[in-house]
Design a protein around this ligand. Structure first.
Ligand SMILES: *Cc1c(COP(=O)(O)O)cnc(C)c1O
Ligand SMILES: [Zn+2]
Length: 408
């Protein structure tokens, strides 16, 4: 990895050798000392010879930017390369020029596949045979899929009350699914103890400095796909804050390197019931001791990447808003009804966030907005039913249809 110079602690600036297996900076209590990967961009640019023509078959188009050895066997299911849809009907509802990037198209249905592909590639290259993580559900399902693809064993920790789809998926991928009778935050702490005890390769949000680097490719792609017509705002849901931080790093480095002209403002969206990053960004006391929201993927009480996420929002000139569960579910139904796109609740939170940001005057009249849907709705088809119409039960008889719609 001669293109990776060092790992640097976001709190104290201590630096570490990227070839050393280390998760967080030992100078701080717990996992607060998150490490950031630094690159030698001369080497990166030397290797990056792809044309930024808007054609992205997978995120490995940006391999020169990813922290993997040149001789590593890449474990991939063709993640990334997801579509950006113009969404005028949704835009009219929200009062903005709108587009949606649908990262629910990824192989296991989530943006996290970008990061998992990098993590599993590294685990395999390092000769590790067991991978683990704690997750609200999606990271675990994603890890299980890529572990199966790469021929590694997978043992994952999820809250036992995760939506059924998110528990079934890793079981189908052949993982050991350990349903923790507790919250995501408790599952996370347990997975750290397990990593210490057994030495399994850990893909956890934030603490694995390399996996999160895969999330930069959503920023690279947005820069490439919107080149020349960059939206004013790009909007992400925030749980641990890794996605928004990774996306920003990708957007910023493409602009810094002169590959694109400018960067957008970032809007980070949290649920009012899980608002720790929002609260830190605005300098309030954290309003929620124990996170509770219908958007299970962002139900995080103690986000692991608050520092990086707040820096990303700040540097971009953006901000954070919160939305209610009701607003999230209504946004999910609105996205489906107006544009034929199905997001899980966390994936629809950006749409709700844009409505709030418009109402608060954060997003101005005539501004353009790209909302990133981070997860596919089929993972959790139940929760949104409280705001959709019901199935109409009929006999298999023409008369029942005529009763409803009149004569044809
Ligand atoms: C994990 C996840 C998020 C939040 O990402 P963080 O990196 O934890 O901020 C948002 N939406 C979906 C669908 C997710 O799976
Ligand atoms: Zn440190």
């Amino acid at each position: 990895m001669d293109h990776v110079t060092h790992l640097e602690c976001v709190l104290c600036g201590a630096t570490y050798d990227p070839e050393q297996v280390i998760y967080t900076c030992p100078n701080h209590e717990g996992v607060k000392g998150i490490l950031d990967v630094h690159y030698d961009y001369d080497v990166v640019l030397d290797r990056f010879d792809a044309a930024l023509d808007g054609n992205v078959a997978s995120q490995w188009k940006y391999e020169a930017f990813l922290p993997v050895s040149e001789d590593a066997d890449v474990v991939t299911l063709q993640e990334g390369g997801t579509a950006v849809h113009e969404t005028p009907t949704l835009g009219a509802e929200l009062g903005v020029t709108a587009s949606v990037k649908d990262d629910g198209e990824n192989p296991t249905g989530v943006l996290k596949d970008r990061a998992t592909s990098v993590a599993v590639t590294k685990a395999k290259h390092a000769g590790r045979d067991v991978v683990t993580c704690a997750s609200t559900g999606n990271a675990a399902a994603s890890l299980a899929g890529y572990a199966a693809r790469g021929g590694l064993s997978c043992r994952i920790f999820v809250p036992e009350d995760a939506p059924a789809g998110k528990l079934t998926q890793p079981l189908v991928y052949g993982a050991d699914v350990l349903g923790v009778r507790g919250s995501y935050d408790e599952a996370y702490d347990l997975s750290l103890d397990v990593t210490d005890e057994f030495g399994w390769y850990n893909r956890n949000a934030a603490i694995n400095p390399f996996q999160v680097e895969g999330k930069r490719t959503v920023g690279h792609e947005i820069a490439e796909q919107t080149s020349g017509d960059l939206p004013d705002w790009v909007v992400f849901a925030m749980g641990d804050g890794c996605t928004v931080a990774g996306a920003w790093k990708g957007l910023r480095e493409f602009a810094d390197l002169g590959l694109v002209e400018e960067t957008p403002k970032l809007l980070g969206v949290q649920s009012a019931g899980a608002s720790a990053i929002h609260d830190a960004f605005h300098g309030h006391e954290d309003a929620t001791a124990v996170a509770e929201t219908v958007a299970d993927s962002i139900e995080v009480s103690r986000p692991r990447n608050t520092v990086k996420a707040c820096r990303a929002l700040e540097e971009s000139g953006g901000t954070a808003v919160t939305v209610s569960d009701e607003e999230i579910l209504r946004a999910e139904a609105l996205l489906g009804r107006t544009e034929g796109l199905f997001a899980e609740p966390a994936g629809a939170a950006p749409i709700a966030g844009v409505r709030t940001a418009r109402a608060e005057g954060v997003i101005g009249d005539g501004e353009s907005v790209l909302m990133v849907v981070t997860g596919n709705g089929l993972k959790d088809p139940e929760s949104v039913r409280s705001v959709t119409d019901d199935v109409v039960s009929i006999e298999p008889a023409l008369g029942d249809v005529v009763d409803r719609y009149g004569r044809g």
